[in-house]
Design a protein around this ligand. Structure first.
Ligand code: CA
Length: 227
């Protein structure tokens, strides 16, 4: 993959340095900010292809940074969290975080997640050959415009939420495992734990109703075929 521009917002200098060094070694241009306000300013200034964002920051926190930088245009965000349990809050809030890593993480894991998010964002921007609408109950997904309506009223989904629901919706009544979803929606090429899929499903349910996606315990997720 050719080099991309990445902004890292992290107040712990050793972590910021390690993250920046690894991403530079992958060929990316990396800019670093150490608090919330300067992180937002840096993103405005350089228009990065991806943001690596710590949750606990001086000034205002990573959630607020995420809200502000997603206002103008979507940029993929990889959140850094202190605890795995924070992922639910971060992703469930639907502020636009696409994935998360729990500290401590390895440089290799970081590089793999960043590469997967960049690949996915290229696919989103290329707006592939998928066209047509698909219905899930009273929810309608339009693949070309990436618009979603619930009972005819528009609902905003993040690109990741859209891709996840769309993947399930075009395969009605078929159960997809978390591993399959991580591979197909997030583009992971290494098996990875984490609760990214669960957190995104929770966010989709919050926006579109609890029964839009069915949990198949011990297996994964599915949507029902529309009548
Ligand atoms: Ca921090």
């Amino acid at each position: 993959m050719t080099g991309r521009t990445i902004v890292v917002v992290e107040d712990e200098a050793p972590i910021a340095d390690a993250v920046a060094a690894r991403l530079r070694s992958e060929g990316h241009r990396v800019e670093v900010a150490f608090d919330g306000p300067s992180g937002v300013a840096l993103v405005d200034q350089v228009g990065p292809d991806l943001v690596v964002l710590d949750i606990m920051l001086p000034g205002f926190d990573g959630l607020e940074v995420c809200r502000r930088i997603q206002r103008e245009r979507w940029v993929p965000v990889l959140m850094l969290t202190a605890r795995d349990s924070e992922a639910d809050t971060i992703i469930g809030l639907g502020v636009g975080a696409d994935d998360y890593l729990t500290k401590p993480f390895s440089a290799r894991e970081l590089a793999a997640r960043v590469a997967a998010l960049l690949r996915r964002s290229e696919r989103v921007h290329a707006s592939g050959p998928t066209t047509g609408t698909v219905r899930v109950g009273s929810v309608e997904l339009d693949a070309a415009s990436r618009r979603v309506t619930l009972d005819g009223a528009p609902v905003h989904l993040t690109p990741t939420e859209f891709d996840l629901l769309h993947y399930l919706a075009v395969r009605p009544s078929r159960v997809a495992t978390r591993e399959e979803l991580l591979e197909q929606v997030w583009g992971y090429d290494i098996p990875s734990g984490g609760r990214t899929v669960d957190s995104h499903v929770r966010s989709i349910r919050r926006k579109l109703g609890a029964d839009v996606v069915r949990t198949v315990h011990g297996v994964g997720y599915a949507v029902e075929a529309s009548a």
